[in-house]
Write a protein that binds this ligand. Structure first.
Ligand code: PMP
Length: 379
């Protein structure tokens, strides 16, 4: 006699093996086996001394990845959006003014997050694939005199790496906090946080933990989010003067193991080597695309994000058919555009262990084949 009215779902009574796939979209990417193996290690308490040691290693690894000595450098429990909200919630209160440079979807999202707080939001907007000159940013800072300025450095929706040299100095001049959002995966686009004067930077590897760094002066005392309150997080990560770390939330212990391992790979290889590798592989890819007759969405080579390449969607084709064909025939993920670039581009990510010439050859072959087999209308 069963007293349960909802039976166990039949789907959960089946095994669920996960297929191998080459993940060459804008993320997530494949991770080396040692990162997956690290995540499968035995569970520990999130405040056990061994876990705290791992969190300390993670802090040092993120300081290295961001090239910063900011004491408050940690990983937020959650995806990149959690780090974005953490940075914005801790910098803005209702009525505070913020200037957001919108160069793709992440600026749009930042503006929406700030609006939801009740901040006074001003924006400057550039065309898809474009960027702001420092003079334009200075003019806007002068006009709006914001308390906070937000810029996306690695714009994964348009494939632009935004120049940031000198912007930290401009923010300093106008006495506003500078928030930088970036996707760089492991070793993508160079960032020197201390030299460039950034207060925040987001990097997503692997999904589920989101590195962030704040300069000391940066955050508000009582942000609207309890979960993302930087004072609590700083204590939980041992970045304050208190001797005891208090329970705030249960950290994703297994994800910490994996994140530590991915930062270990970064340390072993050296950031500068990884930057060089990503740049070389991206350039090899771009050359191959042009030889096939495809066009890069970002014309200026210096502005091309090495980790995520945007290709002008081939005229006459349905981009969905191309990505679908490549998935079905080659088991490779590539993706379409996002926000302003939706329907306009294809996006291919070559990040971390996926950044190799062998993968470039595979994706070029898959693209060439897709262009032969997918339907082309006369344009
Ligand atoms: N900012 C940037 C620049 C991103 O590219 C992304 C997504 N890759 C995010 C924020 C959001 O990250 P997530 O999807 O992990 O929430």
């Amino acid at each position: 006699m069963c007293s349960l009215s909802v039976p166990p779902p039949a789907c959960l009574l089946q095994p669920c093996p996960i297929t191998q796939r080459l993940m060459l979209g804008p993320g997530p990417s494949n991770v080396p086996a040692r990162i997956s193996a690290a995540g499968a290690q035995p569970m520990l308490g999130h405040l056990h001394p061994e876990t705290i040691e791992i969190m300390n290693h993670i802090k040092s690894g993120i300081q290295y990845a961001f090239q910063t000595r900011n004491r408050v450098t940690l990983a937020v429990s959650g995806p990149g959006h959690a780090a974005m909200e953490c940075a914005i919630f801790n910098s803005l209160e209702p009525g505070d003014s913020v200037l957001i440079a919108v160069n793709g979807i992440w600026g749009e999202r930042a503006a929406e997050i700030a609006e939801r707080i009740g901040a006074k939001v001003s924006t400057i907007v550039t065309s898809a694939g474009g960027y702001f000159k420092n003079e334009e940013i200075e003019q806007a800072l002068d006009k709006y005199r914001p308390m906070v300025f937000f810029l996306t450095h690695g714009e994964s929706s348009t494939g632009v790496v935004h120049p940031i040299d000198g912007i930290g100095d401009l923010c300093h001049k106008y006495n506003c906090l500078f928030l930088v959002d970036s996707v760089a995966a492991l070793g993508g686009a160079p960032i020197y946080m201390d030299k460039q004067g950034n207060s925040m930077k987001v990097l997503n590897a692997p999904p589920g933990t989101a590195p962030i760094s704040f300069s000391e002066r940066a955050w508000k005392t009582k942000p609207i989010s309890y979960f993302l309150d930087m004072s609590w997080l700083a204590n939980y990560w041992g970045c304050d003067d208190k001797t005891v770390r208090a329970y705030h939330h249960t950290g994703p212990v297994s994800a910490f193991y994996s994140l530590r391992e991915s930062l270990a790979i970064l340390a072993e290889n050296g950031l500068d080597n990884l930057w060089k590798q990503h740049k070389e592989v991206a350039e090899y890819f771009h050359k191959g695309l042009e030889e096939m007759g495809l066009k890069l969405f970002v014309q200026d080579k210096k502005l091309r994000l090495p980790t995520v390449t945007t290709i002008v969607a081939p005229p006459g084709y349905d981009w969905r058919e191309i990505t679908g064909y490549i998935m079905k025939t080659y088991n490779i993920e590539i993706s379409g555009g996002l926000g302003v670039s939706a329907g306009v581009v294809l996006r291919v990510g070559l990040m971390g262990c996926n950044s190799s010439k062998a993968n470039v050859d595979k994706v070029l072959e898959a693209l060439a084949d897709a262009l032969k087999h997918c339907h082309k209308s006369r344009v």
